[in-house]
Design a protein around this ligand. Structure first.
Ligand SMILES: C[S@@+](CC[C@H](N)C(=O)[O-])C[C@H]1O[C@@H](n2cnc3c(N)ncnc32)[C@H](O)[C@@H]1O
Length: 220
């Protein structure tokens, strides 16, 4: 089944230099994703929009968050993606920000194998795959940016992700329409885990496509 956006010029516009690598990722997902239980049967024709472009929408926000570190004189940042599953947003982020190390943290063995295979086949030298639950990963030294998509509501996610963000780093999470309600509900957990100034941004996906939402929380 063909993808609705195969060959569309918006792919180049949204993914830039990472397009060739992400075309290989798309082909691999198309061939193996459903069989391996990583995507649903109806996702096959909307892989670009629902998964790859949706993940790519977070990249400008991550770059912004890392940019602040450069201002502070730190040369390299570090990114962790919690609960990467089939590689969203982690593999897409690693392809689009190839000069920054990206750690993919995922507890399920089969998904860990998939993620490692993707990193190897796509020659993403900046990817490390870690088989763990987020709450088992040592908090130190922490990551400059922790990201995630579709892992848990903010009430739970705060305790899983914020401890892994280094001081003055950021949680940058893809969220659905309920983003503001989720952070309102999780105000106590966010504060307790050292989070400050939680806020929601609308994130453009590509021209003509519905935008998504990004939650950003600063770490004390
Ligand atoms: C619904 S999937 C989302 C996968 C991917 N982020 C996406 O957006 O397509 C949730 C993923 O989170 C992982 N997960 C569940 N609990 C976790 C935890 N405590 N720490 C890290 N990952 C977890 C699951 O194994 C699963 O791969």
């Amino acid at each position: 089944m063909a993808d609705e956006l195969d060959g569309s010029p918006i792919l180049q516009e949204a993914l830039g230099d990472a397009l060739p690598v992400l075309e290989r990722f798309h082909a691999k997902l198309e061939a193996e994703g459903e069989l391996k239980g990583l995507i649903g049967p109806r996702d096959v024709s909307i892989l670009w929009e629902r998964h790859i472009l949706n993940s790519a929408a977070i990249v400008p926000f991550i770059k912004d968050a890392l940019g602040e570190d450069r201002v502070e004189g730190r040369k390299k940042g570090s990114i962790a993606d919690i609960g990467s599953g089939g590689g969203f947003p982690g593999i897409v982020v690693a392809a689009m920000i190839p000069n920054v190390p990206v750690t993919l943290i995922e507890p399920m063995e089969r998904r860990v194998e998939w993620l490692q295979e993707c990193a190897d086949e796509l020659e993403l030298g900046n990817v490390t795959v870690l088989r763990a639950r987020a709450e088992e990963v040592p908090a130190k030294p922490g990551f400059d940016v922790v990201t995630c998509r579709a892992v848990a509501p903010m009430t739970k996610l705060s305790g899983w992700t914020l401890p892994l963000v280094r001081p003055h780093g950021h949680l940058v999470a893809l969220k659905g329409r309920s983003a503001q309600a989720e952070i309102d509900k999780a105000a106590k957990e966010i504060r307790k885990n050292g989070g400050l100034n939680p806020r929601v941004y609308e994130a453009p996906v590509a021209e003509g496509l519905e935008p998504t939402h990004v939650v950003i929380v600063d770490k004390r």
